[in-house]
Design a protein around this ligand. Structure first.
Ligand code: ADP
Ligand code: MG
Length: 686
């Protein structure tokens, strides 16, 4: 495809930030919304909040300085008057805007002190008595980036559309069209043209929700391409030989016997499934989903020991330093008594330490390594890596997961791969998002867990909550106080964590109170966490940084401020930080009245259940699936147009079509993947 015309390196860089490298990318860079310049509105019909084109004569123009200097231009079109307000203007503009001049302006209509106004409208003078044209199509508003003007993007997009309109440049259709005729009303080229410049009578509401048939046509094709690439990826991996790992006869039975608990049925079932996968020369590709606290770590350990007992290495990748460190501790505790070496690799390690770990891996002396994404840096190599485990998959992209698998390629063998996640994703979605994986669920919590008692209290009862914290800490327990935003925000009127920490320290002078938030240097965070673990700090005021990976069993009280602002999944993760010890824990959801209907249901759901899957189900009902998968979770797949959740309806047909294409038009599979996903390395040599 041709490169972009008249684009220098500076604009090029900005386009790159938007993921635009060539004409095709421009075609697929779709408008977020539209402006209507297809007709001129009489001033009398304008409504606040509309964006409208107005043509009128200037009746008055003056500079006033109240709080600041501004230019006020009054225009009239016979039906009414409108004020144009400018805070920045030069004398040339002022001269242009003389009484008697006809102007055409476009902007949002706002309510001013005296009449309706436009603030800094786009404005052109209109020559007298020359009827000038209006646009014939809606004007696209594109997602853009700092320093890149809409007009620049529009020009580039128009250029791309022009290019597309030439017969020889039309994009080919690779879908089995006959078969899809009823479902897909637009051809690819028509869909693209329509979406960039819809006709004046288009259903803008539908377009802005990305549910218009033209957009769905593209979403369908993109979902299909993703599905094809995942299926092909899976098939490709399955052609690679893997090490056959026999079930562990000594190491895991020994570990299991030394545990202070017995495995749940669900853990046993999943361990058996994994065990079978590993005892095969086809590489395992399995996703294990299990709620917070369901005991995924020991399942991972069972898999590792099956590899290690056969003389191979295993690697575990965690998304944060905090979590990796916690795994390192658990695994050391379990494996060192079995006379195995566990090592640790992180981006923050001192060079000397790091070198030692890296040497252990390349010499084969180390059988298990745990680390962050530092694991797949260039200097890390394994001799006999047979198993790769990725924890909390939703925090990694497909790319990182595959990169680690590639690392393990030694003398033509592909490592087995196990992915673990606590995010309860509904089954159909999981099967689409992870079409390359098999799927297991740990649907049972270890027995004897004392469910966390949850109450919801209005902010008006803060002082009660503070005395509750005091009482808990006087009984040698510890508490978290979670604030949802760290900065004062006028809009949200959220209490800052800083203020809260200061206030609580004042109210609870005998307690060790400390603050932890995401903007602190990592060292400081670690230090505070250690002091909290040791009990020196009793009340930890935190932002949501503690959502994942914090394990302090003595903490038995969790206060979440402005709980009405958080989604169920996040509330559940946060609450999961308590209820880990032997005493009954509780969670207080502080909320700001009045509660919206949804917020009320959310808080009620939290009070009624502690089961992550139940909560996920309710979350789906309350928020619609869109936010359940959230941006963080969908980081695993990057869509330009499609949305796995919004477009769920398309998925059955996507899956059927994928099968059909593989069977009947395999050459098109390749074309489709290349069009939508490109030759990015993640789908290359795996
Ligand atoms: P997660 O699934 O959230 O990763 P973990 O593996 O961290 O859960 O387990 C949470 C806690 O439960 C750990 O302290 C672990 O030792 C303990 N645990 C795991 N399995 C069982 C079991 N079958 N019975 C009792 N406790 C268990
Ligand atoms: Mg875990």
């Amino acid at each position: 495809m041709t490169t972009l015309p008249g684009v220098g390196p500076r604009v090029g860089q900005k386009l790159h930030r938007l993921g635009i490298e060539d004409l095709q990318d421009l075609l697929f860079h779709l408008p977020l919304r539209y402006q209507d310049r297809t007709r001129i509105w009489p001033i009398s019909l304008l409504r606040i909040g509309d964006e409208a084109l107005v043509e009128a004569e200037i009746s008055h123009c003056e500079i006033i300085s109240r709080h600041r200097r501004m230019l006020l231009v009054t225009i009239a079109d016979g039906s009414g008057t409108l004020i144009l307000r400018f805070f920045h203007f030069n004398s040339a503009q002022q001269k242009m805007l003389q009484a008697g001049t006809r102007v055409r302006c476009f902007s949002e209509i706002r309510k001013g002190p005296l009449s309706l106004e436009m603030v800094h409208p786009e404005i052109n003078t209109v020559a007298d008595h020359v009827p000038s044209d209006v646009e014939s199509r809606l004007t696209p508003v594109y997602p853009t980036t700092e320093g890149l003007h809409q007009n620049q993007l529009r020009k580039l997009a128009d250029h791309a559309l022009n290019w597309l309109s030439q017969a020889e440049n039309r994009l080919s259709e690779w879908l089995p069209e006959q078969y899809l005729k009823d479902s897909l009303r637009y051809g690819l080229n028509e869909a693209i043209a329509y979406i960039h410049h819809p006709p004046p009578d288009a259903d803008v509401g539908l377009l802005e929700e990305v549910r218009h048939p033209a957009q769905q046509r593209l979403a369908f094709e993109e979902l299909l391409a993703q599905q094809l690439s995942l299926i092909r990826l899976r098939a490709k991996v399955r052609t690679q030989p893997a090490r056959l790992l026999r079930p562990s006869r000594t190491l895991f039975p020994n570990l299991a016997a030394s545990l202070p608990f017995t495995l749940t049925k669900a853990q046993q079932r999943v361990i058996t499934q994994i065990g079978k996968d590993l005892a095969s020369t086809t590489p395992m590709q399995r996703l294990v989903q299990g709620d917070v606290g369901s005991g995924k770590t020991i399942v991972a350990a069972a898999a590792c020991l099956q590899a290690i007992e056969q003389g191979y290495q295993a690697a575990i990748m965690a998304p944060t330093e905090l979590l990796a460190e916690q795994h390192f501790r658990s695994f050391s505790q379990w494996l060192v008594p079995l006379e195995l070496t566990v090592s640790w690799l992180s981006g923050k390690q001192k060079t000397k330490q790091r070198r030692k770990t890296v040497e252990g891996l390349s010499s084969g002396a180390t059988s298990l390594v745990i680390g962050t994404h530092a694991l797949f840096q260039e200097d890390v190599s394994f001799t006999r890596l047979a198993l790769v485990i990725v924890d909390e998959q939703h925090r990694f992209g497909v790319h990182q997961r595959l990169a680690l698998r590639e690392k393990g390629f030694a003398d033509g063998h592909c490592p087995h791969q196990l992915i673990m996640t606590a995010t309860p994703i509904p089954r159909t979605l999981a099967m689409t998002a992870y079409a390359d994986l098999d799927y297991s669920v740990i649907d049972e919590l270890p027995p004897g867990r004392i469910p966390v008692k949850t109450v919801a209290l209005s902010n008006a009862r803060r002082s009660e909550v503070i005395s509750r914290v005091r009482k808990a800490c006087e009984q040698d327990r510890q508490a978290y106080w979670v604030c949802t935003l760290i900065e004062e925000s006028e809009v949200l009127q959220c209490q800052t964590a800083e203020d809260t920490a200061a206030l609580l320290a004042r109210e609870l002078p005998h307690l060790g109170v400390a603050l932890i938030h995401g903007r602190m240097p990592a060292r400081e965070k670690e230090d505070i966490m250690l002091r909290f673990k040791s009990g020196e700090i009793q009340l930890l005021v935190a932002t949501t940084v503690i959502e994942v990976g914090v394990d302090v069993p003595n903490a038995s009280l969790m206060i979440i401020e402005n709980a009405e602002r958080l989604g169920l999944a996040q509330l559940h993760q946060l609450r999961g930080r308590v209820g880990r010890g032997t005493v009954e824990s509780s969670c207080v959801l502080l909320f700001q009245s009045p509660l919206s209907e949804t917020a009320r249901h959310r808080l009620q759901a939290m009070r009624e259940t502690t089961d992550g899957f139940e909560i996920a189900k309710m979350d789906l009902k309350l928020r619609g699936p869109g936010e359940v998968l959230g941006t963080r979770q969908t980081g695993m797949l990057h869509f330009r147009i499609a949305d796995l959740v919004r477009d769920q309806r398309l998925i059955p047909l996507v899956q059927k079509t994928a099968k059909k294409l593989f069977a009947e038009q395999p050459q098109n599979v390749d074309f489709l993947i290349r069009r939508w996903i490109g030759n990015s390395e993640q789908y290359g040599q795996v």
